[in-house]
Design a protein around this ligand. Structure first.
Ligand SMILES: [Zn+2]
Length: 328
């Protein structure tokens, strides 16, 4: 699959888009400020798309397994967020942009942040008032396993409450950046840090302490009567809490790319989960699913009713016809 020229046009802000926008801010803070001021995210997103496509080429070369298939093409053409996309010269439904769902994809990351916003908004609508805790921290470790374990244990402390949403992101930093570059690339360099970020939101937190080494912490007191007016503010906190670490997309060199590919292959092999919800946040999802199932059943039985009544009409007509014939 070749690269599509995706034509982007600005979109109006909604709470979901505000959350998505702030989650990508770290990628280009100055361009972000301009985009916010001018209410046009097209140049910002075009820049992110360029970086993402470069990243994919580098990572394919470095041996990131997920890119060994059609996925590479899909990922390069992953539908952007915060803009409306049209494919240049596309005729009819021949061209379909499909989210790539790669854990490092900034657009798919932003889409998952939109999902956080949706879950949280649905969950807090159940309360007349509630406390919302936004918390996010980074952990470094010398092995991927200990990095994963460290974030897991933090999540276990958090997830026992009424409603929690969490997301993990992993990346890699080469501690040798400041020193002279290594002579030959090696898939397992000795000086390295695996980095992980745990972001979480809790409704009515019973465990009030901040995460150790929080990079962002905020407690918000929500009252239902002002909820609609405050949705934009809450969305901004969601975005900052679930921010995409910019180091994920900016590879410093081939050595780092090799280590990065190794890390992502391991995460994929171990089927790591990156997004989790508990309590009232999860119940809401179930409710939505049940709603959908109910609608589907309703539609189905309506259609079935129509077919049955048509059949009985036909039967009646046939019987009448038969009756007429018998009379002759
Ligand atoms: Zn994607």
């Amino acid at each position: 699959m070749t690269d599509f020229k995706i034509i982007m046009t600005p979109q109006n802000p909604t709470p979901q888009r505000v959350a998505a926008a702030f989650s990508l801010k770290e990628l280009a803070p100055r361009k972000f400020a301009t985009a916010l001021r001018e209410k046009n995210f097209v140049p910002f997103i075009e820049g992110v798309q360029r970086n993402w496509r470069n990243w994919l080429s580098t990572m394919k070369k470095a041996g990131y397994d997920a890119l060994d298939s059609k996925k590479f093409g899909y990922a390069r053409n992953c539908p952007p967020v915060l803009v409306s996309s049209a494919v240049d010269g596309a005729v009819g439904p021949n061209v379909r942009l499909v989210p790539c769902r790669l854990p490092a994809c900034p657009f798919c990351h932003a889409r998952s942040v939109m999902k956080v916003q949706k879950s949280l908004a649905a969950a807090i609508s159940n309360f007349e008032e509630c406390d919302i805790k936004f918390d996010s921290c980074d952990r470094a470790a010398t092995s991927l396993l200990s990095c994963v374990e460290s974030l897991d244990s933090l999540w276990d402390d958090q997830s026992t409450d009424v409603g929690s949403i969490s997301k993990r992101v992993f990346w890699f930093e080469d501690d040798a950046d400041d020193v002279s570059p290594p002579l030959a690339p090696s898939p397992t360099p000795t000086l390295l840090s695996y980095m992980g970020r745990l972001s979480c939101i809790q409704i009515n937190p019973t465990w009030r302490a901040q995460l150790p080494y929080s990079r962002f912490y905020f407690a918000y007191d929500m009252k239902k009567e002002s909820l609609n007016a405050e949705m934009g503010v809450i969305a901004k906190y969601i975005g900052i809490t679930f921010s995409y670490p910019s180091r994920l997309l900016y590879l410093l060199g081939d050595t780092e790319a090799l280590s990065f590919a190794h890390m992502l292959n391991m995460l994929h092999k171990n089927k790591q989960r990156f997004y989790r919800t508990t309590g009232v946040c999860r119940q809401n999802h179930t409710a939505v699913r049940e709603d959908k199932a109910a609608t589907w059943r309703e539609n189905f039985s309506k259609q079935l009713d129509t077919i049955l009544s048509e059949l009985s009409d036909i039967k009646e007509v046939l019987q009448r016809y038969k009756g007429n014939n018998d009379g002759i």
